[in-house]
Design a protein around this ligand. Structure first.
Ligand code: AHM
Ligand code: MG
Length: 349
């Protein structure tokens, strides 16, 4: 094995400087550390995460100037495949993820909330083995008010030959995700990810332009005081959900938090414990949230942190979608709190 010449060895105090080592723990290095390998697969995953980080930086930069620039805020006048009014930031953030994966040789297909069909990057397809599923802007209604927003992502390996319909995405469940996470645009920009080896958070250091490790192996508390749900939908829920909310109201020790951006609500729950719910409603029995690029990635993260995510009947990661933009009810958070909601849904108490 080659040895460094003596003159190139760092002085001992630098090698043991934990602060410096931490400052150098960037996302791409962390992925390689987690995998304990420099194999082609490990290099790919590291490069994928690096590009997602670049997308996060580009979106964060635009958001931080949004009140100062023309043409950033407000609606485009279009309605997306979900029937929702599209904001200019939705379009920008959607395009950012496409742009960062061009010429990457990594991602052949991207599927997002903003596009009816998957987007193919032809130059990547001969060798690109991965698919990116993403919600470019989570919590769109917060965009024009300078409130927290998020991006959600998941990476899957492409399986079989795709004739343009991405059918392999519709024959597998969330356990096929090889990486998932979210970017939180709050007072600081954070990136939280898992590759199935725990959950780790990074904070963007704007002076370096790098995401630097903040916390490794985050564990969600088994129970927490927060319940996070849009109670404006109370009379549109099933009676079992109403009963759960009545239970919370009459039980000491619960407190409500709901920001309009689930990335930020679920991030709080990841750190402090509790439960986030978006149940089905009378007009939308499957709820609002999309399985492939909202619920499943967040379920992967929360499960890796010791939490749970369910539709109320089935674990989110076990649901096999029938269509790309399939919606699903979502109950996610601390294991004891998720179990409590589940018991109301399944047993009525
Ligand atoms: P979006 O991706 O279009 O912003 O929708 C997802 C968001 C979640 O972040 C949030 O929890 C929920 O929709 C809010 O919806 P509602 O206003 O119905 O409570
Ligand atoms: Mg969304």
């Amino acid at each position: 094995m080659a040895q460094a010449p003596e003159s190139l060895e760092l002085p001992l105090n630098n090698i043991t400087d934990k602060g410096l080592d931490r400052d150098c723990t960037t996302l791409s290095r962390h992925v390689l550390q987690q995998l304990q390998s420099f194999s082609p697969d490990a290099q790919d995953l590291s490069a994928l995460m690096n590009r997602i980080a670049l997308a996060g930086k580009l979106i964060a930069r635009r958001l931080s100037h949004s009140g100062l620039m023309e043409g950033v805020l407000g609606f485009t006048g279009e309605v997306n495949v979900q029937g929702e009014s599209v904001k200019k930031m939705d379009v920008f953030a959607n395009d950012v993820f496409i742009a960062v994966f061009k010429q990457s040789g990594l991602v052949c297909r991207l599927a997002s909330e903003e596009m009816e069909k998957p987007y193919y990057i032809p130059e990547n397809c001969p060798i690109g083995r991965y698919s990116l599923l993403y919600d470019p802007i989570d919590g769109s209604s917060n965009t024009d008010n300078n409130l927290s927003l998020g991006s959600i992502f998941a990476i899957r390996q492409q399986e079989g030959i795709d004739h343009g319909e991405a059918t392999d995405l519709l024959s597998s469940n969330g356990r096929k995700q090889i990486a998932a996470g979210y970017i939180l645009y709050g007072p600081s920009t954070m990136l939280i990810y898992t590759i199935g080896k725990g959950v780790h958070s990074f904070t963007l250091d704007p002076s370096l332009g790098e995401f630097i490790l903040t916390e490794e192996n985050i564990q969600i508390p088994a129970h927490g005081s927060i319940y996070s749900v849009n109670e404006g939908n109370f009379w549109q829920w099933d009676e079992s959900i109403r009963e759960y909310i009545r239970y919370v109201h009459r039980t000491e020790g619960y407190t409500a938090r709901y920001s309009g951006a689930m990335v930020s609500d679920i991030h709080r729950i990841l750190l402090q414990g509790g439960v986030f719910l978006y149940p089905g409603t009378l007009p939308n029995p499957e709820g609002k949230l999309r399985l492939l690029y909202e619920s499943a990635p967040l379920a992967f993260v929360l499960e890796q942190a010791g939490g749970r995510a369910t539709t109320g009947m089935v674990d989110i990661l076990d649901v096999v979608p029938k269509k790309l933009h399939q919606r699903t009810p979502l109950i996610i958070g601390s294991p004891k709190d998720v179990a409590k909601v589940e018991s109301f849904i399944q047993n009525g108490h």
